[in-house]
Write a protein that binds this ligand. Structure first.
Ligand code: HSE
Length: 318
């Protein structure tokens, strides 16, 4: 095999109440990465398109590069030098806007590690690739959270019960849920959106939050969109971050009025997501949120899909 191409989808992290511990994948948009064998040992990034020149081609400063370097180092150690003179060249097509709250860095990172692993003969399982994909997140925003990379890698809803040690639970994919993701043309860096968060919370807020997180997981198991929508309620993170997104309150109101079961910030924002029980309502909700942002002269893109139960997929091998 000389080259492998992988598509990894956008993801909605936090899912309202479950900050840093729950995320799910949607069908599209996403990023596509091709990893090719190269005669020159080591990792290089030959081409990045769709990033408006924002991303570095220096592997140590690129999330996909960092993750593939970490993966290769692990394989070299584990397989006693078997991959010591391997050369891999990465090319990346960004379908996801950067700083959008759609898991843009995660999609590139996951697509790159899946492709590199495949090119090395698939020595690691999807679950085993997770720590390497998380390395990329550490570079992207200073925190190695897994609520974007895990669903991009595994598909569906993924719960992170613990980070140390890493304990990741793949939840069932509810079939009745439709997701509308609205991505306004604004940029918000995850690093900045994490800085505004309070370091401590009251017992009252914590009680409300764990009730909602538990209900969210129950809603996923019961395939109950109404319960999932109610359980998006977030008293800890949303109030702080809502202030960073002009038009958020109006968009959320518009989504609920248009029939959404619930609405919240996607990841660290500025994208917004809403859950509904049918495709028609999901489109209506998207149009309503789009109008709310347009009233502030903010253009946006709307994406409607069901939950993507598959995650990253190999689209081409040669
Ligand atoms: N859980 C992370 C955060 C996701 O909200 O900061 C970032 O996309």
């Amino acid at each position: 095999m000389r080259s492998v191409t992988v598509f990894a989808p956008a993801t909605v992290a936090n899912v309202g109440s479950a900050f840093d511990v729950l995320g799910f994948a949607v069908a599209a948009p996403g990023d596509t990465v091709t990893v090719r064998r190269s005669a020159t040992p080591g990792i290089s990034i030959s081409e990045i398109t769709g990033d408006n020149g924002l991303l570095s081609k220096e592997p140590s400063r690129n999330t996909a590069g960092v993750s593939v370097v970490a993966l290769l180092k692990h394989l070299q150690h584990r397989e006693s030098g078997r991959f010591s003179d391997i050369g891999l060249e990465i090319s990346l097509v960004k379908g996801l806007p950067i700083g959008s709250g759609l898991g843009s860095s995660s999609a590139s990172t996951v697509a790159a590690v899946v492709a590199a692993n495949e090119l090395c003969g698939a020595p690691l399982s999807r679950e085993e690739l997770l720590p390497f994909a998380m390395e990329g997140e550490r570079v992207a925003c200073g925190a190695g959270h897994a609520d974007n990379v895990a669903p991009a890698l595994l598909g569906g809803f993924v719960l992170i019960r613990s980070y140390e040690p890493l304990d990741v639970i793949h939840l069932p994919t509810p079939s009745h849920v439709w997701v509308t993701v609205l991505s306004p043309n604004l940029e918000l860096k995850t690093q900045d959106a994490r800085k505004v968060l309070k370091r401590s919370v009251s017992l009252e807020s914590a009680i409300s939050q764990w009730g909602n997180v538990a209900a969210l997981v129950a809603g996923i198991y019961k395939n109950d969109v109404g319960l999932m929508g109610r359980a998006l309620e977030d008293r800890i993170v949303e109030p702080e971050r809502a202030q960073l997104i002009p038009g958020y309150a109006a968009a959320k109101r518009a989504a609920i009025e248009a029939g959404a079961a619930g609405c919240s910030i996607s990841g660290s924002g500025p994208s917004v997501f809403a859950l509904t029980d049918c495709e028609k309502t999901a489109h209506r909700v998207g149009a309503a949120m789009k109008d709310a942002f347009a009233a502030l002269d903010i253009a946006s893109n709307s994406y409607v899909s069901q939950i993507n139960g598959t995650g990253a997929v190999v689209t081409h091998k040669e």
